[in-house]
Design a protein around this ligand. Structure first.
Ligand SMILES: Nc1ncnc2c1ncn2[C@@H]1O[C@H](COP(=O)(O)OP(=O)(O)OP(=O)(O)O)[C@@H](O)[C@H]1O
Length: 374
């Protein structure tokens, strides 16, 4: 059932004249068979994207196209889309099977055929044998599988997932992520999903569009967003923890951490250095390869790993750097440590996090510099 292509162009929604738009000139391509995530904090406009796409709300401006066809004026049930919400919204008086068969029955498919198809989709979501049960008897995770089976049974050109796994606990969420990955391999659906969880976007999507205050801030593969956020807003949304204010001069960021070479040429001026905590290596304070030396001021455990906050006192003040330790290693509060900050892991963004502002000249405008500095 390969899905269709979805193209959102200049989508804008103003609820009340004179107020900022809930969504402002939002454009996004979701190629056939791909999964694109819209990642944003609460109130950023994620649901608005889905509501406009599904036809549940009218755009103030802009278009929604599926396979090149403009859907303006097309009612939700004729858009070839199916949506899964955070709550499964199953019909409580129907069995699991009849919930899944519902769309077929409405389309006039004979009961027997619809039920057989429903069983097939229940197999796909690993609920074979559950068809005759009342939905009341299901767990939250199973209910969400039924909701997914019901959406897939409608054979949508585009599947919309609205925080579909957010209400599940971590283990179930991971199971659903695995299930969705399997379904993508087998059915090749086109998926547009929204989430506030960067780990979920990372687990599920081919590309991610970061939304904040109704505007698209950055789009790309998660790996490149982690490594090269365009603004503080994006860095924070992706769980970035280290932000060191300073000034760029001659390709180096100067701050209490010292003058650190950057991986790309960046214009001179005030800028915030961001470094992923996973990329920082914590060593001994006498490590000759350490870029900076500081003191652990806070340590906490995250599963097998520990996360430490290291305070560095340098020229012009102090700064803190967050670092994740190697599994099994330990760095208690008060310990002096060295930090290696690989050049490729350093990145700078504009000081105000003025989202939307280019952080640097267009890619390719300058050569990469790979030399290390202390
Ligand atoms: N019907 C409406 N009337 C007025 N304002 C609205 C309406 N729907 C949404 N908004 C506003 O538009 C903005 C975007 O809302 P939206 O629900 O799309 O955000 P969201 O990112 O999905 O948030 P959440 O994750 O909390 O659901 C918010 O400021 C919200 O208050």
């Amino acid at each position: 059932m390969t899905g269709g292509s979805l193209q959102l162009t200049g989508l804008t929604r103003v609820h009340h004249a004179g107020q900022p738009p809930a969504l402002d000139d939002f454009s996004l391509d979701v190629p056939a068979g791909s999964c694109v995530a819209v990642l944003g904090p609460s109130g950023s406009g994620k649901s608005t994207v889905l509501r406009l796409t599904a036809g549940l709300d009218e755009p103030t401006a802009g278009t929604v196209r599926v396979d090149g066809v403009d859907l303006a004026g097309v009612v939700p049930e004729r858009r070839g889309m199916a949506m899964v919400f955070q709550r499964p919204l199953l019909f409580p008086h129907l069995t699991v099977r009849d919930n899944v068969a519902f769309a077929d029955r409405v389309r006039g498919v004979p009961r027997k055929v619809a039920r057989q198809r429903a069983e097939d989709f229940l197999e796909l979501v690993q609920l074979g044998g559950y068809g005759g049960r009342p939905v009341r008897a299901l767990s939250g995770g199973q209910e969400q599988r039924v909701a997914l089976a019901r959406a897939l049974a409608a054979e949508p050109r585009v599947l919309l997932l609205d925080e579909a796994f957010s209400a599940l606990d971590a283990a179930l969420r991971e199971e659903m992520h695995q299930l969705l990955a399997d379904l993508r391999m087998r059915l090749d659906p086109t998926i547009l999903l929204v989430t506030h969880d960067h780990a979920e976007a990372d687990a599920l999507a081919d590309t991610v569009a970061v939304l904040d205050a109704g505007r698209l801030r950055q789009q790309g593969q998660m790996r490149s967003l982690y490594a090269r956020p365009a603004s503080l807003v994006v860095s924070r949304l992706l769980g970035g923890r280290t932000e060191v204010r300073g000034v760029v001069r001659d390709g180096r960021h100067e701050s209490p951490l010292g003058a650190l070479d950057l991986p790309e040429q960046v214009p001179d001026g005030p800028a915030v250095l961001v470094v992923r905590h996973e990329a920082v290596r914590v060593t001994g304070s006498a490590d000759p390869a350490a870029d900076v030396v500081g003191t652990v001021v806070r340590a906490r455990r995250r599963g097998l790993r520990a996360l430490v906050t290291v305070e560095v006192v340098g020229a012009g003040g102090e700064a803190t750097v967050e670092a994740e330790l190697e599994p099994g290693s330990d760095a208690p509060t008060g310990r002096p440590v060295g930090l290696r900050l690989p050049v490729e892991a350093r990145w700078v963004v504009p000081v105000e996090g003025a989202a939307g502002e280019p952080a640097r000249p267009p890619a390719g405008a300058s050569g990469m510099r790979r030399d290390r500095s202390g």
